[in-house]
Design a protein around this ligand. Structure first.
Ligand SMILES: [Zn+2]
Length: 119
């Protein structure tokens, strides 16, 4: 199990990542609204913008997904479930948690989950 100092370390890391993502999500939607308000001058602008919008949407989607994972991890910290594998209920290696703060599975189970998703 993780001790209080370690839990606090991850809580702070998750919280600050959450703030960054929320800021990104907000500023991106403001920018997109502004772009929509501005009239497009020609076809070239239009093509460039739809590509940009597609990229923005992909990033937004990815970040919203990450935000959901972070919320889940923060909830686990409050419920004393953080750092425990969802599959085998063993403790997740702390080095793994440092790389991926919101890891849900231990390395062994992660491999199983990934294999299942490929099939
Ligand atoms: Zn596991």
């Amino acid at each position: 199990m993780l001790n209080t100092t370690e839990l606090n370390f991850f809580k702070i890391a998750l919280d600050s990542r959450k703030v960054t993502i929320e800021k990104n999500l907000n500023s991106t939607s403001v920018e997109m609204n502004e772009m929509r308000r501005n009239e497009l001058k020609d076809e070239g602008d239009h093509a460039a913008m739809s590509l940009e919008t597609a990229v923005d949407n992909a990033i937004l989607g990815q970040q919203s997904k990450e935000l959901a994972e972070i919320e889940l991890a923060l909830g686990k910290i409050n419920n004393n479930l953080y750092g425990i594998c969802e599959m085998c209920e063993e403790a997740i290696n702390i080095e793994r948690l440092k790389v991926k703060n919101f890891a849900r599975y231990c390395i062994t189970c992660r491999e199983v989950v990934e294999k299942e998703q490929q099939h």
